[in-house]
Write a protein that binds this ligand. Structure first.
Ligand SMILES: Nc1ncnc2c1ncn2[C@@H]1O[C@H](COP(=O)(O)OP(=O)(O)OP(=O)(O)O)[C@@H](O)[C@H]1O
Ligand SMILES: [Mg+2]
Length: 489
C-alpha cells in the first residue's frame, strides 16, 4: 500500500466503534468514526475515504439509506455491512444493492481483518487501474497534440516533404511539395509515387534506398527539374524499430533562384573575361613589337620592364582562357571535334613541352606505355588534361621528385596514371580539389601561382568524353591521378 487506507466506521454502538478503531489502527489503517448515517455522510462530504464499515440498524438514518446514497455518490468506495445474526438476509439484500461484503457481530478478529484487507486491496487495485486509465488518456492526448503540431509544421513548411512506404507509395506529402511539383489536383494517400514524382532519377534513388543499397545514416542529394522549378531533393531511408528500411523520406527545396543567380554570375564572369581578352592580346602584340626592336632599339632597363609586363599579361591571358574554358565546358560546348586520338602521342608531346620546367626543379619526368589503343577524343582537350595534371605534379612536388605518366590499354578502357612523389593531399581536401577555384592551403606550395581552375577543367573534359577520373594521395608521399577513357569500338 503506498498510502494509508482510510476507513470510516459507522455504528451507533460506541463499543463497536472503539473496538474497530483499536484493531484497525493497530494494523496501520487510518480510522474515522461516525455514530449515525447522517454523521457518516457529513464526513464523506469533507474528505476522501477508502472503505466504509456500515451498521444497518442506526437511528437518524439507517444503513440501507446510507448505502443507497454512497452507491450513487461514491460508487468506488467499497462498503462492508456490519450485521447481527438475525439480519443476515438484509445484509445479503444490501450486497445485491452494491455492498462489497458483510460481517456479522460479534466479530471474529481474523475474519474481520481478512475482509478489510481484501477490500483495501480491491480499493488499491481500482485506484491503480483508474490512474493507469488517466495516464493513458493523457498520453493519448499528448500524442495527438504532438501529431497535430507535427502536421501543422509539415503543412506550413516552405520545403516539400514526402514519405513513402515499403511499396514505394506516397503515404505523406505536404502542400509545398505539390506546389513545387506544380501539381494542382488533390492526391489521396497512399498514392503511387509516379502521381507526384515524374523525375526518373529521383524514383531510382528512392528504389535504391528502399532496397537498402545506401547506408542508414546517409542521405542522397540530387538536383531535379519540375516544370520551371529547379529543385534539390534530399532523400534518406525511414527506419523501423529493428533498423530495417520501411520506407523513404524526401525533403525538397526550391533552388531556382540560386540557379538563376549562379547563371547570372557565370554570364558576368564570362562577359568580363571575354571583353578583357581582346585588349590584352593587343597589348601583348604591341609589347612584342617593342621587344623585337621594331620601333627602335630598347635600352636594357626598358627591355626588362616591357618583358616583365609581357609575362604578367601572359598569366592574365592564361586565367582568362581557363575561365572561358570552364564556361564552355559548363555549357557543353567545349568538346567539339571527336577524332581517333593516339593518347601516347599527345602525352609525349606534352611531356616534351614540360621537360624544361621539370629539369629546372630537378624533377625526373618519365613515361611508359603498354597496349596503347586509340580513343575517340578531341586531341586539344586531351592535351589540356595532361598539361594540367603534369604541371600540377611538377608544381606540387619538392625539388628532386619524380613524376611518372603511364598509359595502358585495359580491355575496353585506356588507363592513364599521373603519379608524383609530391606533398600529397589530405583526405579532407581530396573531395574539393575538382571544385572551381579551390586551392589547398599548404605552406610548402604557397609560392605556386594558380587559380584553382585546372582540375575543374580536367574533370569537365573527362566527363565530356564519358571517362572517369579519381585520385589517391598520401600526405608527404605523393599523389596519383587515374583516368579511364573508353577505347574506340
Ligand atoms: N599533384 C598534386 N599534388 C598535390 N596537390 C595537388 C596536386 N594537384 C592538385 N593539387 C591541389 O589541388 C588544388 C587544385 O588544383 P588545380 O590544378 O585545380 O588548381 P591550381 O593548380 O591551384 O591552379 P591552376 O588553375 O592554375 O591549375 C591545387 O591548388 C593543389 O593544392
Ligand atoms: Mg593546376
Amino acid at each position: 500500500m503506498n498510502e494509508k487506507i482510510k476507513i470510516l466506521v459507522v455504528d451507533d454502538e460506541k463499543v463497536i466503534r472503539d473496538g474497530c478503531s483499536r484493531v484497525l489502527s493497530g494494523k496501520g489503517y487510518d480510522v474515522i468514526t461516525a455514530e449515525n448515517g447522517q454523521a457518516a455522510l457529513d464526513v464523506l462530504a469533507k474528505e476522501p475515504l477508502d472503505i466504509i464499515l456500515l451498521d444497518l440498524k442506526m437511528p437518524v438514518m439507517s444503513g440501507e439509506e446510507v448505502l443507497e446514497i454512497t452507491g450513487e455518490k461514491y460508487p468506488d468506495i467499497p462498503v462492508i455491512i456490519i450485521t447481527g445474526h438475525g439480519t443476515v438476509d438484509t445484509a445479503v439484500e444490501c450486497m445485491k444493492k452494491g455492498a462489497y461484503d458483510f460481517i456479522t457481530k460479534p466479530f471474529q478478529i481474523d475474519q474481520f481483518l481478512l475482509i478489510i484487507t481484501r477490500a483495501a486491496e480491491k480499493r488499491n487495485l481500482e485506484q491503480k487501474a483508474r490512474q493507469f486509465e488517466q495516464e493513458n488518456i493523457r498520453n493519448l492526448y499528448d500524442l495527438n497534440l504532438e501529431k497535430s503540431r507535427l502536421k501543422t509544421i509539415i503543412n506550413y513548411m516552405g520545403n516539400g516533404v514526402m514519405v513513402t512506404n515499403r511499396n514505394l507509395e506516397v503515404v505523406l506529402h505536404n502542400p509545398a511539395l505539390m506546389r513545387l511539383m506544380e501539381i494542382s489536383e488533390e492526391v489521396e494517400n497512399p498514392a503511387p509515387i509516379s502521381t507526384i514524382i515524374h523525375d526518373e532519377s529521383l524514383i531510382n534513388t528512392l528504389k535504391q534506398i528502399q532496397g537498402g543499397e545506401s547506408s542508414e545514416n546517409e542521405s542522397i542529394s540530387q538536383e531535379i527539374n519540375a516544370g520551371a522549378n529547379v529543385l534539390r531533393a534530399i532523400s534518406a531511408p525511414a527506419l523501423g524499430p529493428d533498423s530495417s528500411v520501411v520506407g523513404t523520406v524526401t525533403v525538397i527545396e526550391d533552388i531556382t533562384a540560386f540557379k538563376q543567380l549562379d547563371q547570372m554570375k557565370t554570364d558576368f564572369v564570362n562577359m568580363v573575361a571575354h571583353e578583357l581578352r581582346s585588349p590584352l592580346s593587343a597589348i601583348k602584340q604591341q609589347n612584342h613589337v617593342l621587344l623585337e626592336g621594331l620601333c627602335g632599339p630598347l635600352g636594357e632597363k626598358q627591355h626588362e620592364f616591357v618583358s616583365r609586363g609581357s609575362n604578367r599579361i601572359d598569366s592574365l591571358l592564361e586565367l582568362i582562357n581557363d575561365l572561358l574554358d570552364v564556361a564552355k565546358i559548363e555549357a557543353g560546348k567545349y568538346v567539339q571535334r571527336l577524332v581517333p586520338t593516339d593518347i601516347g602521342k599527345v602525352i609525349e608531346e606534352t611531356i616534351a613541352l614540360m621537360d624544361s620546367k621539370a629539369k629546372e626543379k630537378g624533377i625526373d619526368l618519365s613515361f611508359s606505355f603498354k597496349n596503347l589503343k586509340p580513343v575517340q577524343a578531341d586531341p586539344k582537350n586531351i592535351e589540356e588534361i595532361f598539361n594540367n595534371l603534369i604541371s600540377n605534379a611538377i608544381n606540387y612536388s619538392p625539388e628532386g621528385g619524380k613524376v611518372t605518366v603511364t598509359a595502358q590499354g585495359q580491355g575496353e578502357y585506356m588507363e592513364i596514371r599521373v603519379e608524383d612523389t609530391g606533398v600529397g593531399i589530405s583526405p579532407e581536401e581530396l573531395p574539393k580539389i575538382f571544385d572551381k577555384f579551390y586551392r589547398v592551403k599548404h605552406p610548402k606550395t604557397r609560392q605556386v601561382i594558380g587559380t584553382g581552375l585546372g582540375l575543374a577543367i580536367v574533370k569537365g573534359i573527362v566527363d565530356a568524353h564519358h571517362g572517369t577520373i579519381d585520385v589517391e594521395s598520401v600526405v608527404d608521399k605523393g599523389t596519383t591521378f587515374r583516368i579511364l577513357f573508353p577505347v574506340m569500338a
